[in-house]
Design a protein around this ligand. Structure first.
Ligand SMILES: [Zn+2]
Length: 270
């Protein structure tokens, strides 16, 4: 029985002090593959290095909507270099009108450019969307998409967006954060997701699960804030299996993960 994390940020600087122990724990666990997404130009090299070192990392490179204001003049050429050099996806990319001072025009421009390159190379895109669902569906309907599919990570949209996104090729991943009591709507949405598009994620070190699922407590070295440990993937699977009544969740997620990432896994799954 193996576990697959569809979305994680192992390169995050908050995890750095604990990385040797985390990596060791992952290597000894039944976690088979982890999709590790870059978020901004300055973390791409860390993602690349990690993927060279550990063959259970499937890297992706992209500019997250929170960081579009920080891009350099040559960001796109820089991105192409990573896409040329690594067997990888594009991500984390997307739209977010929840953060303060967002620039939706800039977000859209950066997102569409990255989406197009994922389509051109037919590699999976890892998409973040918060409070921008109509815009996202419109962009996905009017632009070329990777035929291998794309991931909406931590799907938090309403039920009515599931069908159009599904028809466009979306996979949907469930984070441990949605086990929090107040996330009723998100949990209900996941009950409607066709099982052949279901994935599980930690989004570590973010999206901390509630205490009963946080089996691997970890705290930020400087600010002492709780962090989500990548090994929480295992209790998140247990929670999701129970929520959705899926005894064969492992097999379903394995099949889905390997299908979505098939072209960028290379020899990693052996
Ligand atoms: Zn993320």
């Amino acid at each position: 029985m193996f576990y697959y994390d569809a979305h994680c940020h192992l390169q995050d600087r908050r995890l750095k002090p604990f990385l040797p122990e985390i990596v060791d724990a992952i290597s000894r666990s039944n976690i088979k593959l982890i999709s590790v997404c870059g978020s901004e130009e300055k973390d791409w090299q860390d993602v690349a290095e990690l993927s060279k070192k550990y063959n259970w990392i499937v890297p992706s490179f992209g500019v997250h909507p929170w960081y579009v204001k920080d891009i350099s003049n040559h960001w796109f050429d820089n991105l192409l270099k990573y896409l040329d050099e690594y067997n990888c996806g594009v991500g984390e990319i997307g739209l977010d009108t929840w953060i303060k001072g967002y620039d939706i025009e800039l977000q859209e421009a950066v997102f569409v450019r990255q989406l197009k390159i994922a389509a051109e190379r037919n590699i999976p895109a890892s998409i973040h969307c918060v409070k921008a669902w109509d815009r996202l569906v419109k962009i996905l309907k009017t632009n070329p998409l990777p035929w291998c599919g794309f991931l909406i990570h931590s799907y938090g949209g309403l039920k009515n967006y599931i069908k159009p996104l599904y028809e466009l090729g979306a996979y949907f991943s469930f984070p441990g954060y949605y086990a929090n009591e107040k996330k009723v709507e998100q949990r209900e949405s996941f009950k409607e997701i066709p099982i052949e598009r279901l994935l599980i994620e930690t989004d570590a070190p973010d999206q901390l699960p509630p205490d009963f699922l946080n089996k691997h407590p970890l705290f930020d070295e400087n600010r002492k804030r709780p962090l989500n440990h990548p090994l929480n993937l295992i209790p998140i699977y247990e929670f999701t299996a129970q929520l959705l009544g899926l005894h064969k969740l492992h097999e379903i997620v394995e099949e889905n993960f390997l299908r979505l990432f098939s072209d960028v896994i290379g020899g990693r799954s052996e």
